[in-house]
Design a protein. Sequence first.
Length: 254
Amino acid sequence: MFNAKKETRHVIQWIRAWFQENGPDANAVIGISGGKDSTICAALLKEALGPDRVFGIMMPNIEQKDIRDAYDAVNHIGINALEINIGPAVNALYAEIIAELIKSRLPDMPDISEDTKTNTPPRIRMATLYAIAQTIPHGGRVCNTCNLSEDYIGYSTKYGDAAGDFSPLANYTVSEVLRIGEALGLPDRLVFKVPSDGLCGLSDEERIGFTYEVLDKYIRTGTCDDEETRKKIRNMHEWSRHKYAPMPACPKLR
């Protein structure tokens, strides 16, 4: 049985211990999207370190329709907040790439791919978080906000939202993260907000093709009622292992 209050206290204590070893005076820097994971992580950080040591960073890409939720989250939690629009940086990078592709005159040179358009903003957001962490007084440590369910199927961007210095929720499924959000007393509309990447107009569950409830059951028990869904989960897990394994290094010859 999952004891949300006990687990919440455990995470808070773990964060304190991690900072004591990895930056006793350092701040926590976290990207705030307005979704459940960043909101819950921010609340955990505030409880562990105090509000003055937590910096929540909103990073819209030109426009973010639900940015009000991000502001509601930082205001409710009571932490420092900054808004940095990454749109100009993203567009400038695309423009430089396209200009070089045109100059190359190579045959069949493609335009910016859809995968690039999906994954570049998260990577620029992570670079922004580290820039802030290295700028603010006493420095900062960047919080990874991914959960076990998303990590298990690779639903994140390598060197983007999958990066960070420490990860409070990496061993908790979505179902468990929601329970932690309840234990923290966060507003239901932020904790139970339908998760979306904000890019394609679909929810996370619509994109991956099954619910987090089904995924979480498979992760914790190894069972899935639908065989095709089970195969899909296993395939996504196997394909995405490279995102979380340490970078392979060629061994030196003796």
